[in-house]
Ligand binder design. Structure first.
Ligand code: ADP
Ligand code: MG
Length: 317
């Protein structure tokens, strides 16, 4: 059985790209670019709550970092450094090796250095802290939306929730449909390049982790505005479309899609469309910001839809 230190050396120590001192000392040493702001965030994945115990560890590793990168994307920050705190029930090297493969697969794709962490015995839990940088005054905050801003989405919603239902035996999907929706749940793609491209274009942004209604609600409250969105304009996969109207709650309130929802003034439309083409992202307008608080979702006939569902809340009773 390898020691804790052997595990760290073997699986979590890689030559850093842009860090003077990474894993191995009492603390890492970073050299943020002078004049840049640091953006810092953390997200935790708990076995049984955020993933099934049997989930492929490489997928858990990818997702543990990807959900953190999504928070950087939602701020318009460039992710640079991550720490990893791991509680493991046992030193299962096959699990740890596969987890590390998935984690570094994501870290390499987004040029993030793993700079340190902690490894302890305990119920399986993965806590990642992410740090990124961005120029002062350019963050995509939740409180920047203004009346008449367009509301945009970076991609389809509801697929992760549909995939989860299928894994829980509540949905029967064809093989083609599984191929269409499972990646959203198992290998989410943080919209980092989009967030950075929107720095001087969008006024506000949030990533959709708990469902559109819940997350857009946070943005509207922070900005002290309201919004109107069109149900028909929300992008969705063919698999989800086929399950409407019963899958409407997945579209509006399904979590874990990690697309960005952002607001921008109408004058920015051409620039945003150009960003979408450059990044090959299907950016679409789903509605607009109103001065009056509240969120209205309208159907194709323009009628308001009664909203009975909100997003996931760990402490909801
Ligand atoms: P200390 O006892 O000083 O906290 P540790 O023995 O916990 O040090 O960690 C030794 C080194 O390994 C530190 O640099 C720490 O940041 C790093 N480290 C520990 N666990 C991990 C991990 N899961 N991933 C990356 N680095 C880790
Ligand atoms: Mg320690």
């Amino acid at each position: 059985m390898p020691s804790e230190f052997e595990l760290i050396r073997r699986y979590f120590t890689r030559t850093p790209r842009h860090t003077p001192l990474g894993v191995g000392d009492d603390a890492a040493l970073l050299a943020p670019q002078p004049g840049q702001m640091l953006a810092v965030s953390a997200d935790m994945l708990v076995a049984g709550t955020h993933f099934f115990d049997q989930t492929d560890p490489a997928q858990v590793g990818w997702k543990a970092l990807a959900v953190n990168l999504s928070d950087m994307a939602a701020m318009g920050a460039e992710p640079k450094w991550a720490t990893l705190a791991l509680a493991l029930p046992q030193a299962d090297e096959r699990w740890i090796a596969a987890f590390a493969d998935g984690f570094f697969d994501c870290a390499d794709k987004f040029a993030v250095d793993l700079i340190g962490g902690d490894t302890t015995r305990g119920p399986l839990c993965i806590s990642v802290q992410i740090m990124g940088q961005l120029p002062p005054g350019q963050a995509l905050r939740r409180d920047g939306a203004r009346p008449d801003d367009d509301l945009w989405l970076s991609g389809p919603l509801g697929d992760a929730a549909l995939a989860l239902q299928q894994l829980q035996g509540q949905q029967a999907l064809t093989d083609a449909e599984r191929g269409e929706v499972l990646p959203a749940l198992l290998r989410p793609q943080p919209r980092v390049a989009l967030g950075m491209a929107l720095r001087d274009v969008a006024r506000s942004a949030i990533d959709i982790s708990d469902g559109l209604l819940a997350d857009l609600g946070h943005l509207l409250r922070a900005s002290a505005v309201g919004a109107e969105i069109l149900l028909e304009s929300i992008p969705r996969s063919a698999a989800l479309q086929r399950r409407l109207p019963s899958a409407r709650s997945l579209l509006l309130a399904g979590g874990e899609d990690y697309e960005l929802c952002f607001s921008a003034p109408p004058q920015a439309r051409a620039r945003i469309e150009a960003i979408g083409r450059r990044l090959a992202l299907p950016l679409v307008r789903i509605g607009h910001i109103l001065a009056q608080s509240g969120l209205t979702v309208r159907d194709a006939a323009g009628e308001p839809i009664a909203i009975e569902v909100t997003g996931f809340d760990h402490f909801a009773s």
